[in-house]
Design a protein around this ligand. Structure first.
Ligand code: FEO
Length: 170
């Protein structure tokens, strides 16, 4: 049976993952609005990944005898100054997710909750990848800055991202 304080933080995280999906959808809509459909596609897949994270937390809470609760979700930002700021904000957002996951892990360690620790290990690894991905995209966007051809090529490349459901091989 899950402890109430752990359950409460896991529930907060569910809602933050929904907000993450919402944020990436908004970023995708911005990219579509400036005709960068490949970037928009990439961000839609990012939103789907966040929805898969929601599913992971949801299933774990249920398995541990708890109950997922949903709260009001804040509206995401509507506009960005540039493509670069979209990805800079994405990077900052992922740093925040990492801090939140680390915070739950700290509590799980304090509470000797080995099941939650084991569950969170997947997210600790995932966050290393999430931060590195956004960091790399920012560097690539800076590299092509001012080059219409470079942007066109990168947009094409971003369009090839495929969604892999992490819940499928659970
Ligand atoms: Fe669910 Fe991008 O962290």
């Amino acid at each position: 049976m899950i402890k109430e304080n752990i359950e409460s933080l896991l529930n907060e995280q569910i809602n933050f993952e929904i907000y993450s999906a919402y944020t990436y959808r908004a970023m995708g809509a911005y990219c579509d609005s400036i005709d960068l459909t490949g970037f928009a596609h990439w961000l839609k897949i990012q939103a789907k990944e966040e929805e898969a994270h929601v599913e992971k937390f949801y299933n774990f809470i249920i398995e541990r005898g708890g109950r997922p609760f949903f709260t009001e979700i804040e509206a995401p930002q509507r506009d960005w100054e540039s493509l670069q700021t979209v990805f800079e904000d994405g990077y900052k957002h992922e740093l925040l997710v990492t801090a939140k996951i680390n915070n739950i892990m700290t509590l799980a360690i304090e509470e000797n909750d080995h099941a939650t620790r084991s569950f969170l290990n997947w997210f600790i690894d995932e966050q290393v990848e999430e931060e590195a991905t956004f960091d790399s995209k920012i560097k690539q966007i800076k590299m092509i800055s001012g080059s219409g051809h470079g942007l066109f090529m990168m947009d094409k490349e971003m369009n090839t991202r495929v969604f892999v459901d992490p819940n499928q091989n659970k």
